[in-house]
Design a protein around this ligand. Structure first.
Ligand code: SAH
Ligand code: SF4
Length: 411
């Protein structure tokens, strides 16, 4: 299929609004660490000696059984359930829209309630079914503060970071919708076997730059990989960054998931244009950070993503440069045919050129799968996500941007 094929969208009817947005929602237990959950229960009067047991009960109901309603917690006493209902929530976000692509890819537009004085926000989450596996592409921010010139999300200003709860809720909601949690009637202790799961892998490749939201992404991914809960292997979780060099080491050390780098160019002058964060952290620094990534080995390689842009970065000279640049780094190369979006000036490289590029890389000893575009008809493919969420008021946005600059410097 060529990049410019017109595909008729197959839309499902919009989902019924099951959980109207509350104006001042109760705190959610989703996304709390065990310690935070324990402290929250203690504050509401749960006795010290009961806390550990209550936390593991709740953890099991929320993450193993996938319940979104305290009343379903059969082994929790009525009084305790009432207390939980009064003070907390485990509800899912509102599904504003669910679309299913011709190829089975699903995209959800989700609405999260306001935080503090903020407004409700909307993000997109995408599920890509494949032979024997299924990948959920999760968003980490509403919009993005970076402005990669080929990326649709980059045209939407950053509204705010997502909380750990909101990041995890994307996974819980997808598993709900795909039937990936045990039935309500299944006996206590039932776990979905890892092989049979619809969501077998997750990638932090939705909207936003995950390493500009490090703490929440870390909390969410540690909960997603917790062996007594959602139990996703860290080898099946990939975090993609445009190159926030100072956070790369910590990603390996503190989260321990697989790393993907949005490379897209092998010369600083071109990368400065395509991925402007390169002006702050140029290729040499980025490659040094990759070489130092904790746990890097031939069995745990870094994925380098390379979007194929016609006449921009797709020459055999570029392919040669790519091989040179990656010398000595255990690497996989992922060629991504450019996914067009309304208003872009870029075009996807011709298929013949993509194949030549891939052959060159293969002959240098790298596997270089070409990522089949998925869900293009519903704008669900890489870099096409953009929610029409309301923006922060200008003052809030300026304050937020000042905070990001204080933490990370000007990009
Ligand atoms: N912000 C992070 C993760 C999200 S983007 C990052 O940049 O790594 C996921 C991948 O899709 C990145 O490699 C990104 O560069 C790529 N991408 C963005 N726009 C694209 C487009 N229009 N076509 C193909 N890939 C795109
Ligand atoms: Fe942001 Fe990633 Fe898009 Fe760049 S490619 S604008 S970092 S989401």
């Amino acid at each position: 299929m060529s990049a410019t094929d017109v595909i008729t969208p197959s839309r499902l009817k919009p989902m019924p609004v099951s959980q109207p947005v509350e104006l001042s929602p109760k705190p959610s237990l989703i996304g709390m660490t065990r310690e935070e959950m324990g402290a929250a229960l203690k504050e509401k009067g749960v006795a010290d000696k009961q806390i550990k047991m209550r936390v593991s009960q709740l953890w099991n109901w929320i993450y193993v059984r996938g319940v979104s309603d305290f009343d379903a917690m059969a082994n929790v006493s009525n009084d305790m359930r009432e207390m939980l209902k009064t003070h907390f929530t485990i509800a899912r976000p509102e599904i504003v829209e669910e679309q299913v692509s011709n190829d089975g890819t699903r995209k959800w537009l989700l609405r999260f309630p306001p935080r503090g004085a903020g407004r409700p926000v909307e993000v997109e989450t995408v599920y890509i079914p494949e032979e024997g596996r299924g990948t959920l592409c999760i968003s980490s921010q509403v919009g993005c503060s970076l402005t990669c010139s080929f990326c649709h999300t980059g045209t939407q200003r950053l509204v705010r970071n997502l909380t750990a709860e909101e990041i995890l809720s994307q996974l819980l909601l997808a598993r709900d919708r795909l039937g990936d949690f045990p039935d309500r009637e299944a006996p206590q202790g039932t776990i979905m076997p890892a092989e049979g799961r619809k969501v077998s892998n997750i990638v932090m490749m939705g909207m936003g730059e995950p390493l500009y939201n490090f703490d929440s992404v870390k909390t969410a991914l540690l909960i997603a990989s917790d062996g007594d809960g959602l139990s996703l292997s860290k080898r099946r979780i990939t975090l993609s960054t445009s190159g926030v060099v100072p956070e790369i080491y910590r990603t390996g050390e503190e989260i321990g998931v697989m790393l993907a780098i949005s490379l897209h160019a092998v010369r600083d002058d071109l990368r400065d244009m395509l991925v402007p964060i390169n002006k702050k952290y140029p290729l040499k620094e980025l490659m040094d950070a990759c070489r130092a990534y904790p746990g890097l080995s031939n069995a745990r390689r870094i994925t380098f993503e390379y979007v194929m842009l016609k006449g921009v970065n797709d020459s055999l000279e570029d392919a040669k440069g790519l091989i040179q640049l990656l010398k000595g780094i255990p690497a996989k190369i992922n060629l991504i045919p450019f996914n067009p979006w309304p208003g872009t000036n870029y075009q996807c490289s011709d298929w013949e050129q993509i194949e030549k590029f891939a052959d060159f890389i293969n002959s240098a000893g790298y596997a270089s799968p070409i990522r089949t575009p998925r869900g293009r008809d519903i704008l669900a493919a890489c870099g096409q996500l953009k929610s029409e969420s309301e923006r922060m008021r200008k003052t809030e946005r300026l304050a937020f941007e000042a905070m990001m600059i204080a933490n990370h410097g000007e990009d």
